[in-house]
Design a protein around this ligand. Structure first.
Ligand SMILES: O=c1[nH]cnc2c1ncn2[C@H]1C[C@H](O)[C@@H](CO)O1
Length: 363
């Protein structure tokens, strides 16, 4: 229900920060259909209503089964300049409508390219859109969106666990486009695929050397060992998901002491099989109790048929999330964002003001 005149809006409607969302998991179904039709790329349906049941789902699968969902629709947009720019632009619009004022969106430039990428993904024919140009186009889409929708959007470039041969180019792209929307490097994909390949390690080493921020998917479905590797070897400053840290109490304590940021994604965590579907056992409950540094995020809202509100609703309804915690979590997210310090302070000031808080007297 909309609040009536003079009524205070719910705290949950106040400005939010989102740090973990995949661009290729946040495409409008209309846009997939538009480019599928325009480019003659077959899709399993030709209306949004009929397409969505193929892509999005609401009962837990495994992470591997979840990742296979991308195969259905990525061929419609990958390799097309207009599509890449448009999905970035529409992403910013979508987040602005959800009340997000700062977002870090991640993607693999290689997954949207069809040239200078081996193998060419999604069974595309070779074309002439390189990973480098993909980053340029996403940047343009994000910047156009920032201007039109009055929010701040930054990007994170993903290495993919199963594609070590792409990783050194990913870090080079992070360097080339550093602070031209790109703020960090990530390692995504199936954590159980293999140990972290040397190329990923080299890419992260180079990122650290060049002052590029680092996050990594770790402990989503993988064990605490993957987390240890992410922080000790990859020198990750934040963890994508990180739920399974709770299986190693001494590691958990160390990360609490270090104020490590966990990018949690409640709906995703159930639907990818990362966490027990019994919400009473959800790691966010423990994170909340321990005042851990974590954020709430959508991850792949197209596939999970969700918005950021869905994740906050889950937290509120099933995890005991309060209004106070809402403010704490978003302030933590802003503090753990990969913005330069001056911009981080500006973002924090906006939140303090929106939340009616005195920055000198917090929690
Ligand atoms: O939740 C996830 N875990 C690991 N990898 C993921 C997740 N969501 C998306 N990805 C992968 C699939 C995308 O194509 C890629 C880059 O955004 O990252």
């Amino acid at each position: 229900m909309e609040p009536g005149a003079g009524q205070r809006p719910s705290v949950f409607e106040l400005p939010k920060v989102e740090l973990h969302v995949h661009l290729d998991g946040a495409i409008k179904p209309e846009t997939i259909l538009h480019f599928g039709k325009k480019r003659g790329i077959p899709l399993p349906a030709d209306t949004v209503e009929d397409l969505l049941p193929h892509i999005s789902y609401s009962e837990p699968l495994t992470l591997t089964q979840f990742l296979a969902k991308f195969d259905i629709y990525m061929p419609a947009v990958a390799g097309d300049r207009d599509a890449v720019r448009r999905i970035a632009y529409e992403f910013v619009e979508m987040k602005a409508n959800e009340g997000v004022i700062y977002v870090e969106v991640r993607y693999s430039p290689h997954f949207l390219a069809n040239c200078k990428v081996y193998p060419v993904p999604w069974n595309q024919n070779e074309g002439n859109l390189t990973p480098d140009e993909v980053v340029n186009l996403v940047n343009q889409g994000l910047q156009d969106g920032e201007r039109d929708f009055n929010i701040k959007a930054r990007s994170i470039l993903c290495c993919m666990r199963h594609m070590p041969s792409w990783s050194l180019e990913v870090v080079e792209l992070c360097k080339k486009y550093h602070n031209n929307t790109v703020v960090a490097i990530d390692l995504a994909g199936d954590e159980l695929v293999a140990e972290t390949f040397p190329e990923h390690r080299q890419a992260y080493e180079e990122a650290e050397r060049c002052g590029i921020h680092r996050t990594a998917h770790a402990g989503e479905i993988g064990s605490p060992l993957v987390i240890k590797e992410a922080i000790n070897v990859l020198k990750a400053e934040r963890l994508g998901h990180g739920y399974h840290v709770l299986e190693d109490p001494s590691l958990y304590k160390e990360l609490l002491d270090r104020k490590m940021h966990f990018e949690t994604c409640p709906r995703s965590s159930i639907l990818t099989g990362a966490c027990d579907p019994d919400y009473k056992k959800h790691p966010v409950i423990q994170f909340m109790k321990d005042k851990a540094n974590y954020s709430l995020n959508t991850d792949d809202p197209l596939i999970f048929n969700s918005t950021i509100e869905t994740d906050y609703k889950i937290a509120k309804q099933f995890l005991g999330f309060t209004e106070e915690e809402f403010k704490r979590v978003n302030i933590n997210a802003a503090q753990s964002s990969f913005l330069p310090n001056k911009e981080k302070r500006e973002l924090l000031s906006k939140l303090y003001e929106a939340y009616g808080m005195d920055p000198d007297n917090l929690f």
